[in-house]
Design a protein around this ligand. Structure first.
Ligand SMILES: CCCC(=O)SCCNC(=O)CCNC(=O)[C@H](O)C(C)(C)COP(=O)(O)OP(=O)(O)OC[C@H]1O[C@@H](n2cnc3c(N)ncnc32)[C@H](O)[C@@H]1OP(=O)(O)O
Length: 307
């Protein structure tokens, strides 16, 4: 059922040139439940915002913005994240996404005040399913995504980093699955994704030890894809900032026509999520959307040599 939904999502989005519309979005959810009730409850815990900046380069910047609480996720921010993911799903010209936190730190997980207020099992389950649905859709966006980790990514913040294709860290930053210290395990899909990224022995160590993972260890176990230079801010020049460095890093993967970059992400996604037979069928269909397309014809006309 879920596999069919993933394939359907990939195919229709390929034909439309945009990511899945509302109909498919519903069927591609991991948990099919009425999200309205939990959305309403989450709205009762305001604070901060999730800001989205779509740039002409085709690379968007999504900022978790609640610096007075180390960018903890309030209830309204959880709802806003879902809305921003919906906007990105229908961004035809999009190629890349950088997810970051405001004020020099990434995210300290869910807002503990909201968590206390909805600590009953029913609401906890609904919040968990809501965030799993949203973060699954974030990872499935037809955009190449990277989490830019400055400061700390704790708890749900660490889980959020795993909902991106790549992670970049600045010196001194930390990713820590602190859940065990909170009497919890990840609930936003972070454990399942972490196993895919670093393998089960390392995932077990990180979760059972609530290990503080700095850039060096992170590179060693394959959690991080790059360590940036220590950010430097010169007057009138932002080239040294972590964001600019992340934009430079991602540009090597997002240079080119949007339909081609999106197709690349789709074939990798289908390879990651579908059994081989389904993935091959999807790859064939996605191939059909770029074969003979403008970028393909232009490349053929220019007789390129790949030296
Ligand atoms: C399935 C999801 C699971 C989860 O995400 S559970 C949540 C896991 N996260 C946490 O437990 C983080 C707890 N916070 C901390 O450890 C520390 O605040 C942290 C992030 C290391 C920063 O330490 P410091 O630099 O010393 O700063 P501080 O403690 O004074 O924090 C500044 C203000 O931010 C607040 N804050 C930080 N993380 C928060 C959170 N998750 N929820 C609600 N408020 C949070 C903190 O209470 C403080 O506020 P205030 O200035 O005292 O009013």
């Amino acid at each position: 059922m879920v596999l069919c939904a993933v394939r359907k999502q990939l195919l229709v989005s390929s034909r439309c040139g945009a990511w899945a519309g509302p109909l498919l979005r519903k069927s591609s959810r991991i948990h099919d439940f009425n999200q309205e009730e939990i959305r309403e409850k989450l709205q009762a815990f305001p604070g901060g915002s999730i800001d989205l900046l779509k740039q002409e380069s085709g690379v968007a910047v999504l900022t978790v913005n609640n610096p007075s609480r180390m960018n903890a996720f309030s209830g309204t921010m959880m709802v806003e994240l879902e809305e921003k993911v919906s906007q990105l799903e229908s961004w035809t010209g999009g190629k890349g996404l950088i997810v970051r936190g405001a004020g020099g730190t990434f995210c300290s997980g869910s807002d503990l005040n909201a968590v206390r207020a909805i600590s009953n099992p029913q609401d906890g389950m609904k919040m968990c399913m809501f965030m799993q649905n949203t973060l699954t859709r974030l990872l499935r966006l037809p955009l190449i995504s990277v989490a830019l980790v400055e400061g700390r990514a704790l708890g749900g913040g660490a889980e959020l980093t795993t909902a991106c294709d790549f992670r970049l860290m600045v010196p001194g930053s930390i990713i820590q699955f602190v859940h065990k210290h909170m009497g919890l395990v990840p609930g936003w899909g972070g454990a399942a994704r972490l196993v895919h990224i670093v393998g089960s022995p390392s995932a077990l160590k990180l979760l059972a030890g609530a290990v503080k993972v700095g850039p060096e260890l992170s590179l060693q176990i394959g959690l991080t894809d790059g360590v940036l230079e220590a950010p430097q801010q010169h007057k009138g020049d932002d080239t040294g900032t972590a964001l600019r460095q992340a934009e430079d890093w991602i540009s090597r993967y997002t240079t080119g026509a949007a339909p081609v970059i999106q197709a690349v992400k789709k074939v990798v996604l289908s390879g990651r999520e579908l059994p081989l037979y389904e993935a091959l069928r999807t790859e064939k269909d996605v191939f059909g959307t770029v074969w003979g397309g403008p970028a393909n014809l232009q490349a053929l006309a220019s007789k390129p040599k790949h030296k």
